[in-house]
Design a protein around this ligand. Structure first.
Ligand code: AMP
Length: 229
């Protein structure tokens, strides 16, 4: 196994940076389908830990509900655990990680240890003012996870998921106007500085993420194809 990886190109890691509502999850899912990379969302991992009432989940719950950032220690432990799963060896899209300078530095070390290369850090550039409406109207199919929005993307048949036909939908507890404000603040204070961190490494790509979902997906696909060349 070790002999094989040595002769193969290093699996790529993509980072999606952007405030809540920028479309990181939607775009990560699309990239996953198109390129077979694995979407790895620390938000999803934390929500699963909260639902399972693990020790980490119990600690994270209140912080997440208030729109703050969960401690680096908890997030890093959860991420390392997930990165140890064999499916991540083909490359991952990090959605919502790293969010602090400490996480970014820890990721550098982790990639080195695992023999993975940083393909690109993609900043999804959006107008902050539009994010509150985007986030507070969104919901997903409870079965397949397809994303919808009260105003911008409703199912073709009301109440029925376009993708899998399920009639069950769910909304995140933190997707409300009050919490979004705190999440945007946390983004600007702690995560936005990572844009210059990755720019300094020559890994940053900026994508205008205000337009059509499909056009943004094409821009991202072009970046991924550029890395593979
Ligand atoms: P998300 O699904 O990425 O919007 O994350 C939802 C919430 O989970 C955030 O508001 C944070 O409370 C927490 N969270 C997710 N990822 C991280 C991270 N990398 N560092 C700290 N907190 C995180």
């Amino acid at each position: 196994m070790t002999g094989m990886t040595e002769t193969m190109t290093k699996p790529a890691v993509l980072i999606l940076l952007g405030p809540p509502g920028a479309g990181k999850g939607t775009q990560a899912r699309m990239l996953e389908e198109k390129f077979g990379l694995v979407q790895l969302s620390t938000g999803d991992l934390l929500r699963a830990a909260v639902a399972a009432k693990t020790e980490a989940g119990l600690k994270a719950k209140a912080v997440m509900e208030a729109g703050g950032l969960v401690s680096d220690e908890i997030v890093l432990a959860i991420l390392k655990d997930r990165m140890a799963d064999p499916d991540t060896a083909k490359g991952v899209i990090l959605d919502g990680f790293p969010r602090t300078a400490k996480q970014a530095e820890a990721l550098d070390g982790l990639l080195e240890d695992q023999g993975m290369a940083l393909g690109a850090a993609i900043s999804l550039e959006v107008d902050d003012a539009a994010m509150v409406e985007r986030v507070s109207g969104r919901y997903t199919c409870a079965k397949c996870g397809e994303g919808y929005h009260d105003s911008f993307k409703t199912p073709a048949v009301p109440g029925v998921c376009d993708k899998c036909g399920s009639t069950e939908f769910k909304r995140r507890a933190d997707d409300n106007a009050e919490t979004v404000g705190a999440r945007l603040e946390a983004y600007h204070a702690q995560t936005a500085p990572l844009i210059s961190y990755y720019d300094g490494k020559g890994a940053l790509k900026r994508v205008d993420a205000m337009g059509e979902i499909d056009r943004i997906a094409q821009d991202l696909a072009a970046i991924v194809e550029g890395i593979a060349d």
